[in-house]
Write a protein that binds this ligand. Sequence first.
Ligand SMILES: Nc1nc2c(c(=O)[nH]1)N[C@H]1C(S)=C(S)[C@@H](COP(=O)(O)O)O[C@H]1N2
Ligand SMILES: [Mo]
Length: 214
Amino acid sequence: MEPNERVVKAKQVLAQHRRGISGREVDEPEDERLPPGQHFVNNFPVLDLGFKPDLSLDDWTLTVDGFVANPVTWTWGEFQSQPKIDLVTDFHCVTTWSMLDCAWQGVSFRHLIDVVRPLSSAQFLFFESYDDYTTNLPLEVCVDDDVLLATHWNGKPLSRDHGWPVRMLIPKRYAWKGAKWIKKITFSDRDQKGFWEVRGYSNTALPWNNDRYG
Ligand SMILES: Nc1nc2c(c(=O)[nH]1)N[C@H]1C(S)=C(S)[C@@H](COP(=O)(O)O)O[C@H]1N2
Ligand SMILES: [Mo]
């Protein structure tokens, strides 16, 4: 009798998830790293609004403004001269896929805070991207060691699909909180909901709480 191809394939995929991801002991229980309602993927799916902005480093800028003592608009050269850090984090998308052990490089959000110096009245962040995507988070959520303005994923510059040249990364929130093709970050004393937040998605977006919808 021939093995059922579909069953074999499904089991192979499970096995790949168990073994195919670098940096972990084989016997470490991966499910402990999988938030409720999520499943593992080994590829890196692309989610966007149906198009990807066509950017050039010559024209690229990142503006950080609002309730800060020192607003900045960085050119690509200025952004590149900021200190970079490396991180390994898991990535959880609300459409139920999770990727473990992504290696990221970029400028830490803590460094950005040091540069722009938020006013004491600044409590919220509003992110705007080159595709007009927006999202929002409380400032305190982003004052964390793993929040990054990411330029590299797994050793290579981000692809255009994944937000080149710079995307936000907030690993402790669902991935829609991380704006690709980031253009502007505004500090404010009030919360303003972003693209998915006004369309029924959670304002807090906590994967471990299965906190998907608003
Ligand atoms: N600028 C921009 N950023 C975005 C999005 C988008 O459509 N535009 N989609 C969000 C969503 S819903 C997810 S799940 C992640 C997906 O990132 P990826 O395409 O690199 O997997 O990007 C987030 N950031
Ligand atoms: Mo998403």
